[in-house]
Each structure stands twice: as structure tokens, then as C-alpha cells.
Write a protein that binds this ligand. Sequence first.
Ligand SMILES: *[C@@H]1O[C@H](CO)[C@@H](O)[C@H](O)[C@H]1NC(C)=O
Ligand SMILES: *[C@@H]1O[C@H](CO)[C@@H](O)[C@H](O)[C@H]1NC(C)=O
Ligand SMILES: *[C@@H]1O[C@H](CO)[C@@H](O)[C@H](O)[C@H]1NC(C)=O
Ligand SMILES: *[C@@H]1O[C@H](CO)[C@@H](O)[C@H](O)[C@H]1NC(C)=O
Ligand SMILES: [Fe+2]
Length: 426
Amino acid sequence: MAMRAPSALIVLLLVGAFSSVIPYTRPPPRDTLFIGRADYESPTTPEQVHVSVVGQNQMRISWVTDDPASATVDYGTSSGTYTSSAMANTTSYSYESYQSGQIYDAVIGPLQPSTVYYYRCSGDSSLEFNFTTPPAQFPVNLVIIGDLGQTGWTQTTLQHIAASNYDMLLLPGDLSYADYDEPRWDSYGRLVEPLASQRPWMMTAGNHDVEKKVPPAPFTAYNARWRMPFEQSGSDSNLFYSFNVAGVHVIMLCSYTAFDEDSDQYAWLQNDLQSVDRAATPWVFVLLHAPWYNSNYAHQGEEASVGMKQAMEGLVYQYSVDVVFAGHVHAYERFTRVYNGEADNCGPVYITIGDGGNREGLATDYMDPQPEISLFREASFGHGELDIFNGTTAFWTWHRNDDDESVVADSVWLTTLASNPNCSSS
Ligand SMILES: *[C@@H]1O[C@H](CO)[C@@H](O)[C@H](O)[C@H]1NC(C)=O
Ligand SMILES: *[C@@H]1O[C@H](CO)[C@@H](O)[C@H](O)[C@H]1NC(C)=O
Ligand SMILES: *[C@@H]1O[C@H](CO)[C@@H](O)[C@H](O)[C@H]1NC(C)=O
Ligand SMILES: *[C@@H]1O[C@H](CO)[C@@H](O)[C@H](O)[C@H]1NC(C)=O
Ligand SMILES: [Fe+2]
């Protein structure tokens, strides 16, 4: 017995020493799902229902019917009792032999914060939906997930998100991986409806959201189906916009439309950053698809990353953006605060969260050695959660999808740059 205790101790010490080498076998991609129309649906049944915020007290409700139906949404704060209604705008598009259904979007409000609203679309009383409006003040809990796709991994990532009691979801590009197979946009809309009809989902586009074969109208499906509140932030493009939620200013940028200093996007960003009121929104986040900082071999040297960083990093630094979230690389990576390639206490934290569950699989090859500015990196599927407590403090967690279990594998406390007297925004 005298010998056993020390050897057990040695085993424990060895396990401890090697536990930073994560004993998790990286899984292969899973098959793409195809979610078809449900048996109960008639040609005028609303489907692919999702909601997004429009300003501080309005929401947009978007849905699709196969054949044109009533362009109305009815809503109220009690189930089955709809005290208000709104008219939707409608659109549709065709692409090669594909003809979309009727796509609706209606803006409703004014609405109360942190309140459940019940609604029905196209007058269909057999299908009642509900959403919860975001809080007007802290705390606010965000889910952030890129490159979501629609595979078996996506499905369990969505289950993890559903269990997290979040207020809003932010998606930095690559939604459906339709890749110009248009029915996959419909499938994706059905897959995410249970979540996206209940909480605002706010997004920006990625390279897989392009209809590459039609260069003059490259985001046709994305723009028709996922309309975001761009007019309200002075943008004239659905591809870049901003909004406030509680005390957070969120800026969505597009890596695949012009970003140089002469571009509309650049001028808009400069104006938007200038007009942020840090007293009202101490947190400022940017989301975009192609990461500016990335120590994975995947997607190195692309113009969407390198060119955009060169054009815009100065602005993002000058106006003390707190965090830049990106996708594109199918893995998770968290950097320290960075400016111009160097650690800088007044620069943004850079986070790559392109690990939602796409069909292409994980980006497993990392540059060696790990750059000092890269603090954590792992090629696994998963999602991020940001719990923002107040105007100074937030807690970020990265949840690995660990063979379908949600496991927190990285976390960090974040503090606003606005509360740091050494940085220009304070
Ligand atoms: C519907 O279209 C009109 C005209 O373009 C526009 O003024 C209005 O804001 C749109 N409504 C919604 C809900 O987008
Ligand atoms: C909202 O709708 C979902 C899905 O139908 C349902 O599970 C949930 O109970 C509803 N929430 C409320 C507060 O009624
Ligand atoms: C902000 O929240 C954090 C975490 O709960 C807390 O420690 C801190 O005291 C709060 N700060 C302010 C200014 O309320
Ligand atoms: C601000 O700069 C001073 C001097 O370099 C340093 O001691 C202090 O820790 C800095 N404060 C913060 C919040 O980083
Ligand atoms: Fe991508």
C-alpha cells in the first residue's frame, strides 16, 4: 500500500501536466441536412419565420409562403389575442430554374423591452409564434456563431444555443452554405426557424452567401431573405449596417463588397463610428466574415482579410472598438488586444468563431509556433456566448460541441475600452 499512493500521485500529476493537450479527437464533417416542407403545410402556410431588431423598439418579422398569401402579421402580448397588426412588403426572386416563394417582411412596434409577443403570419391561426424582445438595459446575453451551415453538427450546435437563454444572436457570415443551390436557402430557413422566430437573429454575409454565377446581383438570396435594418443606421446597403441593443453598439461589415477608403462602406463606417455615444453604448463590437487576425493556415492572404484590414484597422482602432468577431476559418481562435500586429491595450480583442457546423469540416492546421498575440486556438465545432453585465464588464465563453455535448473550453473576462483612462474613447 505504501507504494501505491505515490504512484497514484504521479499519475495524477502526469494527467495534470498533459491536460493542456486536449484529449478530444477532432470529428469529421457531418452530412448536410435537407429540411423539406412539413406534411401539414398548404401552399399558403408561413414557414422560415425569423425576426430581427429594427431600432430600439421595433422588430422585423420575415417569412415565406409557397404561393402568395395575406401580407399581414398580427401580434399581441397574450397567446391567441392579437391586438395589433402590420402589413408586410413582399418580394421574390428567380435564379436559373429556381423560383422562390413569396418572401415577406413586416416591421412591428413600438414594442416593450424584455417582453414576450405572440404573432401569426399571413393570418394563419394554426401556427402561432412568439418572440422575446431584447432588454433595454444591461445585462444582455448574446450568442455569436459563424459559418453555421446545415449539417448534423449545426443541429446540435443549435440545441446548445437554444439551451443558453440568450437575448440576441449575432452571425458573422456563411449562413446556409446554399452555394447557389437555392432550395438549400429554404431548407436553412426551416432548420433555424424554431430559434430565429423566438429571438432576433442579426447577421452579415459571408462568401458562401453569394450567388457566384450571377456577378451583378451576388447577394440576391441573402438580401431577399435576411433583410437587416440598414436604413436606420444611414446605410444604403443591406450588407453593412449597425444597431444598438441595451448598451451595446453592433457594427456589421461586409468582407465581400468594396471596403477601400473611397468606398461607400468605408465612408459609412467612419460616420457611424464618429456618431457612437459611448455614454449610451459603452460597448462597441464589429462583426465581419474574413478575419483580420488568424494563425490558421486556412484562408491566409485573401484580399477580403488583408485588404480590408489594411483599409479599416486604423478606423476601428481610432474609435476604440472593443471586439472584432469574424468567421470564415472553421475553428475557434481568440487573440489579445491587438493593433497593427502587436499587442496593444487600446486595440480590439479579435475572435474567430467560424465553427458553427458547416459541411466543409474543420480547419485543423495551425502555424507553429503560435503567435504571442494568439491566446487560444482550437479546431472544433462550437459556439460563443457573451454575457454583458454592465458598461464595463462582460464574460465570454467558447463552447466546444464535444461529440454533441456543450463544453466550455475557453473563457475570458472583458472590460470596455471606454472604462480604460489610457485609451482615447474614455
Ligand atoms: C416597404 O417598402 C416601402 C417602400 O420601399 C418602404 O418605405 C417601407 O419602409 C418598407 N417596409 C418594410 C417593412 O420594410
Ligand atoms: C413560444 O413558442 C415556443 C415554440 O412553439 C414554445 O415552446 C414556448 O413555450 C412559447 N413561449 C411562450 C412564453 O409561450
Ligand atoms: C459590473 O459587473 C461586474 C460583474 O458582475 C461587477 O464585478 C462590477 O462591479 C460591475 N461594475 C459596475 C460599475 O457596476
Ligand atoms: C494605464 O497606464 C498606466 C501607465 O502605463 C498603467 O500603470 C495602468 O495600468 C494603465 N491602466 C489600464 C487600465 O490599463
Ligand atoms: Fe467563409
